[in-house]
Ligand binder design. Sequence first.
Ligand SMILES: [Mg+2]
Length: 382
Amino acid sequence: MKITRVETFAVPPRWLFCRIETDDGLVGWGEPVLEGRADTVRTAVHELAGQFLMGADPLRIEDHWQVMSKGSFYRGGPVLSSAVAGLDQALWDLAGKAYGAPVHQLLGGPVRERARAYCWVGGDEPAAVGEQVAAQREAGFTAVKMNGSGRMDRLPNVAELRQVAARAEAAREALGPEGDFAVDFHGRFSAAGARRAIEVLEPYGPMFVEEPVLPEYTALLREVTAGTTVPIATGERLFSRTEVLPALQAGVAVLQPDLSHAGGISEARRIASLAETFDVAIAPHCPLGPLALAASLQLAFCTPNFLIQEQSIGIHYNTGAELLDYVADPEVFRFHEGHLARPTEPGLGVRIDEKAVREADGRAESWHNPVWRHPDGSFAEW
Ligand SMILES: [Mg+2]
C-alpha cells in the first residue's frame, strides 16, 4: 500500500482537515490545525507530505513520525508539530481501517467504557456564569470550564480578584458539591498575580486552574503549585515530551496536551505515559473539530491516567459552523450523563461527511484571536 494523495481543507469556523488516500483506495483523515494559523500549518502539511509521505507505506507510522518531526535541521514548535499531528492522526485512521480496528484497540485495547467530558461556559460575565452552568448541568454535564477573568492586569487588584471569586462562587452554587468546574487563566496574570487569584478560588474547590502562567514562564510554575492545594493544569501550548517535562517536574497535577498540536496520537500517547510516571492525569485540550476530538477519544480509551476531555460543541469560539456539521454519524459524539461512549468503528471511529467538507473548503474566514490592550494602550494577554 502506498500514499498517493494528500489534501487539505480549510473549513469554518477555524479548522483545517487533511485527507490521505492510498493506491488501495483507503482514506485517512486528520486535523492539523493551530487556531489562528490554519494557512501556515496548511503549507507545512503539504511540505511534509511532499517531502516524506508521497509514495510511502502509510502503515510505518512511527517511522513517519520520527522523520517528519526530526528529518529537518530546524524542528519543533507549534506550526510544525501541528502539521505532524494532523498527518499522524490521518495515518492512525488509515491503519485502523486497514486492520479493521479502532485506534485504541491497536494501542492496547480499552481501559474504560465511557469518557467524561466537560463543556465551556464563557465566563466573561460573572453575572451570566450561574445561569450558563445550570443550563449545562441540566444538559447532563457534570463538569464545566470557564475563563477566570476577562482582560486582566498582570497583578490583579482587589476589585478584579472579587470578580474572579464571584465567577467561582456562582459556578459552585449552580453545581452543588458533586459537580466540577475548572478555571482557565490563559496566562493573563503574572506568577505573583496568579498566586493571589488562585488563593481566592480555593474555598470554591475548582477541579483545576489552567495556565496560571504563560508557557514561557514554566520555570515559575513551581512557586505557583507550591503555594496552593488547588490542582494546577497546563500543556495546551507545549508540543512534545521534552517541553512537558519541566511542567511535570514543577508539580502540575493535570497535563493538557492537544492531539492536533503536540505531534498527534503518537506523541500525545507518549506524553500521557510520561505524565503517568509523575502521577499526573491528562485532560486533552480540544476546542477544535471532529477529527481532533475523535483522535483525543482514541487516546482517552486506552490511557489509564485520563481525567476528562475538553470538547467544542457549543463553545463560544464556534461561529459559522459546528463540529457535527462535518460528521456523517453524529451519534458518535452524543453525550450521555456528560460522557461519550467508546467508539467502535475502525480508525478514529468517526465517519466524515466528505461532501460537506469539500463544500465548506475555502469558506473559513481567517480566524485570529483578538489583540487586547490595557486602558493605557499597552498590549494585554488574551
Ligand atoms: Mg486553555
